[in-house]
Design a protein around this ligand. Structure first.
Ligand code: NDP
Ligand code: GDR
Length: 346
């Protein structure tokens, strides 16, 4: 068991909750940094049963304020800082590019500056993303693949990624980045496509909804399980030298594939008809339209294909994903069937 302190920003998000659970099991004292909102948002910590853990201290923090970052470090004296907070929804970043830049690009810089001022020996993890690869330059993507982000979110993350590298090289700060490919779970927000699908499939199975409306079904993603990935985040900060690592499964699937899989897990077989803007998914047994494409969900610029090569993480960290896409999808559908059945709103 460790006696270390760690700060997790974005503690109320999917990864923040799983990482807190992991670090608590290792004996860490956690300072979970969250932003002040009018209603509390700790449902994921409650879901995992850690919201009242004696080693979890929830502290208010404003990502966009340098003074707030400095006070957070002075108060909690961390050995490690995991920066998971971000405006993380790609679609919204097109509508709110400035806000996204302030939070997702400049937020991490405030933390790096605070580390430089308060205690340069603090280890820093930046939540970088496969969205930085954006437009396909090569496949599979690894740490040496050129970046070409396709959204204000991707551009903001790329700024923070290079700042982490720059503070490492300029000031010797232990700043590491995990370039994580999409990772999902029953704790995923419902605005993201996998959870939107598993929630929709559960509602359709339980006759609470007729049709799931989606955007681009052709986009391909490398989807893993969030719980596997937070283990990789921790490993990235435990080695001797700060570095950058891709975490991915090495398998890609389209949104259409994920929909088909999710329906299949509740014994609904889907037949795809039409194409592009007019594509529909039909329940073969009933003839009902269960999926319909709505161009409202298209993005101004799309990332068409992501597939990662996590060989470096395997060699240096001993990290590999453990959960298959089928297991992940099944787990998410089952969790949503229960939630819809019980009438839970999260
Ligand atoms: P979530 O969207 O679930 O969580 C984001 C967190 O950031 C929430 O706790 C949110 O708080 C917090 N946040 C947002 N804006 C602010 C702000 N202005 N000040 C303080 N906190 C803020 O994301 P994930 O858990 O899925 O992802 C964690 C990190 O990893 C993010 O940085 C994301 O961009 C990155 N990432 C995620 C991947 C994935 O597939 N999940 C892949 C690669 C990178 P609140 O609850 O109040 O909204
Ligand atoms: P992404 O995740 O943009 O990859 O970012 P998201 O689940 O939002 O989209 C994945 C793909 O699905 C397509 N899509 C839809 N997406 C949403 N949200 N809703 C729909 O109805 C829909 N229909 C089709 C999208 O166009 C896209 O191609 C996630 C976030 O967690 C980021 O923070 C993280 O950095 C990356 O993953 C890796």
């Amino acid at each position: 068991m460790t006696t270390k302190n760690a700060i997790i920003t974005g503690i109320t998000g999917q990864d923040g909750a799983y990482l807190a659970d992991l670090l608590l099991s290792k004996g860490y004292k956690i300072y979970g940094a969250y932003r002040r909102t009018s209603s509390v948002n700790f449902w994921r910590l409650e879901y995992l049963g850690i919201d009242r853990h004696p080693n979890l201290h929830l502290v208010e923090y404003d990502l966009t304020d340098l003074g707030s970052a400095i006070r957070l470090l002075q108060k909690s004296e961390p050995h490690e800082v995991y920066n998971l907070a971000a405006q993380s929804f790609v679609g919204v970043s097109f509508d709110k590019p400035v806000t996204t830049g302030e939070i997702t690009a400049l937020g991490p810089l405030n933390l790096l500056e605070a580390i430089r001022i308060v205690n340069p020996s603090i280890r820093f993890y930046q939540a970088s993303t496969s969205e930085m690869f954006g437009k396909v330059q090569e496949i599979p993507q690894n740490e040496n693949t050129p970046f070409y982000p396709r959204s204000p979110y991707g551009v903001s993350k790329l700024f923070a990624h290079w700042m982490t590298v720059n503070y490492r090289e300029s000031y010797g700060i232990f700043g590491s980045s995990g370039i994580l490919f999409n990772h999902e779970s029953p704790l995923r927000g419902r605005e993201f496509v996998t959870r939107k699908i598993t929630d929709g499939v559960a509602r359709i199975r339980l006759d609470k909804m007729e049709t799931l409306h989606l955007g681009n079904l052709d986009a391909k993603r490398d989807w893993g399980y969030a719980k596997d990935y937070v283990e990789g985040m921790w490993k990235i900060l435990q080695i001797d030298t700060p570095d950058t690592f891709v975490l991915a499964t090495g398998r890609t699937a389209s949104v259409r594939d994920f929909v088909t899989l999710a329906f299949k897990s509740v014994d609904i077989n889907v037949l795809w008809e039409g194409n592009e803007d007019a594509e529909k998914g039909i329940n073969i047994a009933t003839g009902k339209t269960v999926v319909s494409v709505n161009p409202r969900f298209y993005r101004p610029a799309e990332v068409e294909l992501l597939i990662g090569n996590a060989e470096k993480a395997k060699q240096i960290l001993g990290w590999e994903h453990k959960t298959s896409l089928e297991e992940l999808c099944q787990m998410m559908v089952e969790a949503d069937l229960k939630r819809v059945d019980y009438g839970f709103s999260f």
